[in-house]
Design a protein around this ligand. Sequence first.
Ligand SMILES: *Cc1c(COP(=O)(O)O)cnc(C)c1O
Length: 357
Amino acid sequence: MLNFTVGPVMSSDLVRSIGQEQVPYFRTKEFSEVMLENENLIKEFAGVEENGRVVFLACSGTGSMEASVMNLFTSKDNVLVINGGTFGARLVQLCQIHSISYTEIIPEFGYDITDDVLKQYDNKGYTGFLVNLDETSTGVLYDINRISKFCKRNNLLLVVDSISSFLCDPFNMKELGADIMITGSQKALACPPGISLIAMSERAVKCIKQSRVQSLYFNLKDALLDGERGQTPFTPAVGILRQINVRLREIKASGGVESEIKRIRELAYDFRCKIKDLPFKFASHSPANAVTSLFPLTAKAFDIFTILKDEYNIWVCPNGGEMRDKVFRVGHIGNLTTSDNTILINAFKDLQKRNII
Ligand SMILES: *Cc1c(COP(=O)(O)O)cnc(C)c1O
């Protein structure tokens, strides 16, 4: 199987070998050490300030999105949300469910937002800003420097869903003044799904410690407290956290976050060059490194996904809803190489020969 989806993705041999081992008991000094190292490496790779923190939750990325919204905002807040696709819509849904006033900014399909759009919201009493840095459903990367400047001048809490952009596109929390960065184990971390994490600025930690969130599992105060000694309030996904540990060490050993971003950027670039002569149009005008979203010009997107899966054992990523037949995506995260890109391109060429595309 060759997996070009955007998660779960292909894991390295070392990560897979950990998956084969028995899962150890976790209230131990040994497991605490793994967790503290995980926190420190994430802090390093995400540019978290010294007094910032990272908590790991046993849930998918959406769980950490919900926990962040619940712990940082209340009905007294008024937030801005960029809603450019499926994941932006999820941020809007979270505000609705938790009775947080919000204004949504809806960019044109496939485009970033502009300074002129943001300017309209200056000095309007907003308290927070929520964005999916890479809106994975369209492959649009928003300009985080632009958003960061806007948030700094308006003193907004900045919550960034980086679920598919962490390790793929440059992001330094401290420099950007970002308060929350969320990611999940099954995207560029290239581990099985089941763990998501929330990196926090010092300001976010303070807010969370004072919040009166009505939840047992998603109240992050105990997670912060127990995390100080490398523990979690509830049983974590122990095996995945051990896989995350070897993966983070692998990244560190091969040059750290910059090298990993470069590797993924080059893989994306290689694919985008190779696909130029095929009957597809790029759907994103601000492409994220993690994924290339494509409009097929001569076939239905979902049919391409199905045929590649059933007849070539290659997985690309289908879209849902009204985009099902219009767009599919090719991921560049996980344990992939430029020769894997060539295998996919050759499969497309074969589809062309068979008059399927
Ligand atoms: C994958 C993804 C999510 C959802 O993560 P789950 O782990 O499926 O809950 C949210 N936001 C973005 C930007 C994503 O890419």
